[in-house]
Unconditional design. Structure first.
Length: 287
């Protein structure tokens, strides 16, 4: 059964480790992530962006797929199905479809509007026992062709949003989605420290987990980060393994064209990436 992310993140914050959010794109992704979490006895959050939601035929299809896998793969570790960077309407649609967690990303609104919309969604999520993530200070990176630098959140605004009763809070600390540029200034631990001081026990979320050096990840966890989102790194691992398979001409040998064979190296590569991240985040054995 899908669970809210609240309990796993409260434990992570208290235990000074982080739970990984791994974004899913299809059946292979989902299966690889769930099997790895089970093997390592780790809690896990499956992230679904609105774009990936459309790609996978809509939120109801995803809920059906994930619930089916939990049962048929005998997954017993805590699993949350979470909307990533949701709009207000997207969050409502996911709640309706059976997600156990949603993110409302109101970071691009003026703070008053972010507060108003987050407040409404917190109330709905509380009634349904669903966890909710809010965001302050937008995360940079390339999204729909627009490249933004990672912003640093205002700690007072973070406190305003945290006090609304959200489950977890994403604060921009110079992090960006996708690969980091050569001249990236690194995470702003000063901002993170100030945000944690204002928000106390609130589990903080680090987006853009791809390519952040291990020492920075560990330092971020020590300063209150309890959820780390990874997407691009699994995509790159899948792409590299698939490229190798085809470049080696394996798709031309025997039944190497069968998607069950063609996609297998990519699926294994996702498992290896997820394992590496769970070990780094410290969530192994914490289910
Ligand atoms: P990356 O694609 O950089 O790993 O970021 C993932 C993310 O933050 C999803 O919200």
């Amino acid at each position: 059964m899908l669970v809210s992310a609240k309990e796993m993140l409260t434990k992570a914050k208290a235990g000074k480790y982080a739970v990984g959010q791994f974004n899913i794109n299809n059946l292979e992704w989902t299966k690889s992530i769930l099997l790895t979490a089970q093997e390592l006895n780790s809690p896990v959050i499956l992230g679904v962006s609105e774009g990936a939601g459309k790609y996978m035929c809509g939120y109801k299809t995803i809920v059906g797929m994930v619930n089916g896998m939990l049962e048929e793969l005998n997954i017993t570790v805590p699993v949350a199905l979470h909307l990533d960077h949701g709009s207000y309407d997207g969050a409502l649609a996911c709640i309706e479809a059976g997600f156990s967690s949603v993110m409302f990303d109101g970071s691009h609104y003026p703070i008053d509007e972010n507060v108003a919309k987050t407040t409404e969604l917190v109330k709905i999520c509380e009634e349904k026992g669903i966890s909710i993530e809010a965001e302050v200070g937008s995360i940079g990176g390339e999204e729909d062709g627009v490249v933004g630098a990672g912003e640093c959140a205002d700690p007072d605004e973070c406190k305003m949003i945290a006090d609304l009763g959200v489950t977890m809070l994403a604060a921009g600390i110079g992090n960006i989605h996708g690969k980091y540029p050569e001249n990236w200034a690194g995470l702003s631990f000063e901002t993170l420290d100030a945000v944690q001081q204002k928000t106390g026990d609130m589990p903080l979320v680090l987006h853009g987990g791809t390519g952040i050096p291990a020492e920075m990840i560990q330092k971020a966890i020590s300063l209150g980060v309890s959820k780390i989102n990874v997407n691009t790194e699994c995509q790159l691992a899948f792409q590299e393994a698939t490229r190798k398979y085809i470049e080696a001409g394996k798709d031309l040998e025997g039944k190497g064209f069968d998607p069950r064979k063609l996609l297998a190296p990519g699926a294994e590569a996702i498992k290896a990436t997820v394992k590496e991240k769970m070990e780094l985040f410290g969530s192994v054995g914490k289910a």
